[in-house]
Design a protein around this ligand. Structure first.
Ligand code: PRP
Ligand code: MN
Ligand code: MG
Length: 182
C-alpha cells in the first residue's frame, strides 16, 4: 500500500478499491447511455480526478465540458452560497447531461447545478458522484443515479477532494486529522 500522508488519520478507500468502484459505475453508464447523446459535465475543481478515470471507464460516445462552482472556498464548512466561476462552453439543449461530482455532502452545490442546467433544456439530467455522504437529516433532496460509494461524515481528502486546496493529488481517500483543520 502507498505511504500515508502525515496529515491523514486513516485511509477510507484505497487506490485499488477506487479503481474497481469507478469501473463498475462506468460500465453502468455505458449500458444506460449507449443510444444517447451523453455529455459529461465535471464540477471543477474537486471532480477532475474522478472525471479523468470515469470517462475512460465509459465505453460509448461522449462529450465533456466543465463548470466551476465553489461554495467551500478554503474553509472546512460550506458558505451555503454557490458561485459560478466558469460556465459551460457547449450548448446542452436536447442532450443527455450527466453531472460528475466528487462528493455529495449538503447537496447545496448539486441542487444549484441541477436547477441551473435544467433551465437550458437538456433531454435528460442525472448525477454521478464518487462519494455520497448520505447522513440522515442532513441531506438536501438529491438522488444521484450513480454512486461509487457511501462515505461517513468525516473530513475526507484525496482523489480530487481538498482541504484549503491541498491533498487533491492523494491517490486514495483519507480522513484528515482533526488538528489539521480545527
Ligand atoms: C466541494 C465538493 C463538491 C461540493 C460538495 O466543492 O467538491 O463540489 O463541495 O458539497 P455540498 O454537497 O455540501 O455542496 P468546493 O466548493 O469545495 O470546491 P472544489 O471542488 O473546488 O473543492
Ligand atoms: Mn467541488
Ligand atoms: Mg473544496
Amino acid at each position: 500500500m502507498e505511504a500515508m500522508h502525515p496529515d491523514v488519520d486513516h485511509i477510507l478507500f484505497t487506490e485499488e478499491e477506487i479503481t474497481a468502484m469507478v469501473k463498475r459505475v462506468g460500465a453502468q453508464i455505458s449500458e444506460d447511455y449507449k443510444d444517447k447523446d451523453l455529455v459529461l459535465i465535471a464540477v471543477l475543481r474537486g471532480a477532475v480526478v474522478f472525471m479523468g478515470d470515469l470517462m475512460r471507464a465509459i465505453d460509448c460516445p461522449l462529450a465533456i465540458d466543465f463548470m466551476a462552482v465553489s461554495s467551500y472556498g478554503d474553509g472546512a464548512k460550506s458558505s451555503g452560497i454557490v458561485r459560478i466561476v466558469k460556465d459551460l462552453d457547449i450548448d446542452i439543449k436536447g442532450r443527455d447531461v450527466l453531472i460528475v461530482e466528487d462528493i455529495l455532502d449538503s447537496g447545496i452545490t448539486l441542487k444549484y447545478l441541477i436547477k441551473n442546467l435544467s433551465s437550458r433544456q437538456p433531454a435528460s439530467i442525472e448525477v454521478a458522484t464518487f462519494l455520497w455522504k448520505d447522513i440522515e437529516g442532513k441531506q438536501a433532496a438529491i438522488n444521484p443515479k450513480y454512486v461509487c460509494t457511501h462515505c461517513p461524515d468525516d473530513f475526507v481528502v484525496g482523489y480530487g477532494l481538498d482541504y484549503a486546496q491541498r491533498y487533491r493529488n492523494l491517490p486514495y481517500v483519507g480522513v484528515l486529522k482533526p488538528e489539521v483543520y480545527s
